[in-house]
Design a protein around this ligand. Structure first.
Ligand code: FAD
Length: 533
């Protein structure tokens, strides 16, 4: 991996003044203001532009609106997907997630074909090319209205602003709709009409607002008799794109597309959701849904998840309780909360700047230094010497997925115990997670004063050590409390026989590491409020 550092971080980010500016006038509002100026068109075909977050035909708000528009005008519906490799590369997204996405796209294309809806798949390397491809496609298909679902991240909004400009120059209309969330980001506000910025009040408002909604799902559109120029829709570009392969082991774990997502969803609701409230933080219990890759790419919608719970569990309304259903739905609300935060509160968080701007000044250990290099290599390969952290990293490297409890632990270990730049970790996650999601990932990694102790966490969340034994073969025959911290809890000779590494010299004393981290953060932050875990 590239390790060049500039401005203390090797990741592209704006100045703190610019980050502040972006929060003061959020790009989402600028985009909406531009959209309001669009003239709606009464003729011409309609296009739905699939992005990387709505890859399904079922219950798709933008696609349904485009289909209705085409039907109303007696014209055709076309769809397009533009694979901008640079956009994904700039976020750090890895090959496996791209392959997973493209397999889902392929299934979508086949499904749409059966419904008489053509999907063109193009690839490019820049935002400018994306804008050109969309503009040209509108002309070639004789379309006057472009539909798509909102994406809330900064770069994506700036791209959409360019698309609005291009279409308006040509008297074309761009309609953007909310599809990723059940409630529109920005819709839950305080009594003074500012968006909710704290999760618990957001959740307390979210539940009654969702209970009032009619959650019926949108059907897959169908279009009889469109004449499709096969050459145009089966380009060489497309053949190359669909040639991208997912590792065989991952293909079995993560079958792509809507139907596989729904199968997993139903299995989770029938077999696991009741245990979720009590066991979700115990990774060995395997009671989480593992649906994040399907939500991240929009293979399934959050509405579909709620409707399935209502039907299969005979739930009339959701509550703020701690039973399995409510605890799980609360996580979906977290996902919505982060989208609200990115759209209308602190868009700068997805620009590689911490939510609290002061924490941008934390003095991290240079990853190119001897200490930094050793730390990084151990973290990445799951050889830190602390089994809970190592098991998490080995799960990630093997499955393209990691349980939430482990994500919190490995993140804390990287940014607090090793004191490496949190952006290195966020980028590694983007590169290896199949469920990479810019909003969830940046909030998950956001620096704070919380320090996890991986030994105490393991004792609490993996009391029998089964999760650790599953992922660390060297420790398969270690039992009792030694499994949580073998270096400190075994006789040196016994420990040596395991072939499992000792922690780095600097990380042998976790209390000391915590002190060092809090001092550095204190220097950056001014005042410290220490949270104990
Ligand atoms: P379940 O427990 O079954 O939850 C159901 C769904 O709710 C998930 O699929 C997800 O869409 C949503 N959800 C669950 N927990 C959270 C959460 N804490 N924040 C927001 N949404 C949540 N999630 C991602 O989808 N992509 C990421 O790139 C990502 N990066 C993370 C990085 C860090 C450092 C941390 C601490 C968390 C991150 N998360 C991310 C959030 C969370 O860990 C995952 O969503 C969850 O582990 C996915 O597993 P699951 O589908 O079995 O979750």
């Amino acid at each position: 991996m590239k390790r060049k550092l500039s401005n203390g971080s090797r990741f592209r980010h704006p100045t703190l003044e610019r980050a502040q500016e972006v929060d003061n006038v959020v790009p989402f509002a600028s985009l909406q203001a531009k959209l309001n100026k669009s003239k709606s068109s009464n003729s011409g075909s309609a296009v739905h532009w699939f992005r990387t977050k709505d890859l399904r035909a079922e219950d798709n708000v933008g696609l349904t609106a485009a289909a209705k528009r085409a039907e109303k005008h007696g014209s055709s519906l076309f769809t397009i997907f533009v694979f901008n490799t640079e956009e994904l590369r700039s976020h750090g997204v890895g090959n496996n997630r791209n392959a997973f996405m493209l397999q889902g796209l392929k299934a979508l294309k086949e499904q749409l074909k059966k419904q008489g809806i053509p999907l063109a798949v193009k690839s490019c390397r820049s935002t400018k090319e994306t804008v050109d491809i969309i503009g040209d496609f509108m002309k070639e298909t004789g379309s006057l209205t472009l539909f798509a679902n909102f994406e809330y991240e900064y770069d994506e909004i700036m791209r959409d602003i360019q698309v609005v400009d291009r279409l308006q120059e040509n008297d074309m209309d761009f309609q953007l709709l909310h599809d990723q969330t059940i409630l529109e980001p920005g819709s839950l506000t305080t009594s003074t009409h500012s968006p909710r910025k704290v999760f618990t009040p957001f959740w307390n408002d979210w539940v009654p607002a969702v209970n009032k909604l009619d959650l019926s799902l949108l059907p897959v559109p169908k279009q009889p008799g469109t004449s499709v120029d096969e050459k145009f829709f089966n380009s060489k570009d497309e053949a190359d794109i669909f040639d991208t392969k997912l590792d065989t082991s991952l293909e079995k774990l993560w079958p792509a597309g809507h139907d596989s997502g729904i199968e997993k969803l139903n299995h989770f609701i029938d077999k696991k959701i009741d245990r979720y409230g009590n066991e979700r933080s115990t990774p060995a219990k395997d009671c989480v849904s593992r649906l994040s890759p399907y939500f991240a790419l929009g293979f399934i919608s959050a509405r579909e998840a709620l409707v399935a719970i209502k039907e299969r569990k005979n739930v009339k309304s959701f509550g703020t309780g701690t039973n399995g259903v409510d605890s799980w739905v609360r996580e979906l609300a977290f996902r919505e909360f982060y989208r609200q935060m990115v759209a209308v509160v602190c868009p700068h968080i997805v620009m590689n700047v911490p939510m609290s701007l002061k924490l941008n000044n934390v003095e991290f250990v240079d990853v190119e230094s001897e200490e930094g290099k050793d730390s990084w290599d151990r973290w990445v390969s799951g050889t830190t010497g602390y089994p809970f952290v190592d098991a998490g990293m080995r799960q990630l490297n093997s499955e393209g997925y990691m349980h939430n409890r482990l994500r919190m632990n490995v993140a804390s270990y990287l940014k607090m115990t090793m004191l490496l730049d949190y952006r290195l970790g966020a980028n590694y996650f983007a590169n290896h997670l199949l469920d990479w999601d810019c909003c969830n990932n940046m909030f998950g990694w956001d620096p704070s004063l919380t320090v996890f102790n991986p030994v105490l966490q393991a004792e609490k969340c993996d009391p029998a050590g089964n999760y650790i034994r599953k992922w660390i073969p060297e420790l398969r025959n270690v039992f009792g409390k030694a499994i949580f911290d073998p270096y400190h809890r075994m006789q040196p000779k016994e420990f040596e026989k395991l072939g499992y590494p000792a922690p780095q010299e600097r990380q042998k004393d976790l209390q000391d590491c915590k002190k060092r981290a809090l001092e550095r953060y204190k220097r950056a932050y001014g005042k410290i409020k220490q949270e104990e875990q």
